[in-house]
Design a protein around this ligand. Structure first.
Ligand code: G3P
Ligand code: MG
Length: 235
């Protein structure tokens, strides 16, 4: 490993906005992530009642005062939810209006019910309005859904999410046409970093909240960290 590689700046990605500081996947969390200096903001989206909503779990129970599956709810019922600290469950368009190109936007697809097409339609509009396509990244653990998104809007970079190490290492991301491979922290090692870099991919790691682990991953040569506390990532 070279010294240059060790000291390369890390891309700081606020996880679910900045969920260490504000209710996850809310406008407050996104605004907080920007205020704390995140380069990018990651949030999860699901398609329900024809609209894209920021929500991680399939059920609304953990993060709101409601009950049941988000995808089974009407838009009116979702709008009535309290996501904490008086925050609503925002739509993708509301999130983009709030961010207003002040940070990069990593949209993670969480449902496979037309989510890719719906996200592509929204991004096509905002890109036509002048927001650069490179300021977005669309990611998913569901690689076929990601493939579908990539075919619809190839100018938007995609990130392959994995929680494990495939037999062919980072090849799955290359085959998708991804620019980024994002992996859960317990599976990151020097061989995976080197394989990703040899394939021209950036290697991001989730979800890192402890400064010592941030430093260790930086020394390993990873390119970016997802953190609930983007203010803790060393610059
Ligand atoms: O995108 C990184 C990370 O958010 C993936 O896991 O479960 O937090 O969506 P999860
Ligand atoms: Mg996520």
């Amino acid at each position: 490993m070279t010294d240059a590689k060790k000291s390369a700046p890390l891309t700081v990605i606020g996880h679910r906005g900045a969920r260490g500081h504000a209710p996850e996947n809310t406008l407050l969390a996104l605004d907080t992530g920007i205020r704390l200096g995140a380069d990018w903001l990651e949030f999860d989206v699901q398609l329900a009642d024809g609209e894209l909503w920021l929500m991680h779990d399939l059920s609304v129970d953990r993060t709101t005062n409601g009950h049941g599956l988000l995808t089974a709810m009407s838009a009116d019922a979702i709008r009535a939810l309290d996501a904490g600290e008086g925050q609503a469950v925002p739509t993708l368009r509301e999130a983009l209006d709030l961010i207003d190109n002040r940070a990069g936007v990593n949209i993670e697809l969480k449902t496979w019910n037309g989510c890719a097409q719906a996200v592509a339609a929204v991004l096509r509009d905002v890109i036509a309005d002048g927001w650069p396509a490179e300021r977005f990244q669309v990611s998913s653990f569901h690689h076929p859904e990601l493939w579908e998104f990539h075919a619809l809007l190839p100018q938007v970079p995609i990130g392959a999410l994995i929680c494990g190490v495939p037999l062919d290492w980072a090849a799955c991301a290359s085959e998708l046409g991804a620019q980024i491979l994002s992996v859960s922290s317990e599976f990151v090692d020097d061989k995976l970093v080197r394989d990703a870099h040899a394939r021209g991919l950036r290697l991001y790691v989730y979800t890192i909240n402890e400064p010592a682990e941030m430093q260790a991953l930086r020394a390993l040569g990873v390119d970016g960290l997802f953190s609930d506390f983007p203010d803790r990532v060393p610059r």
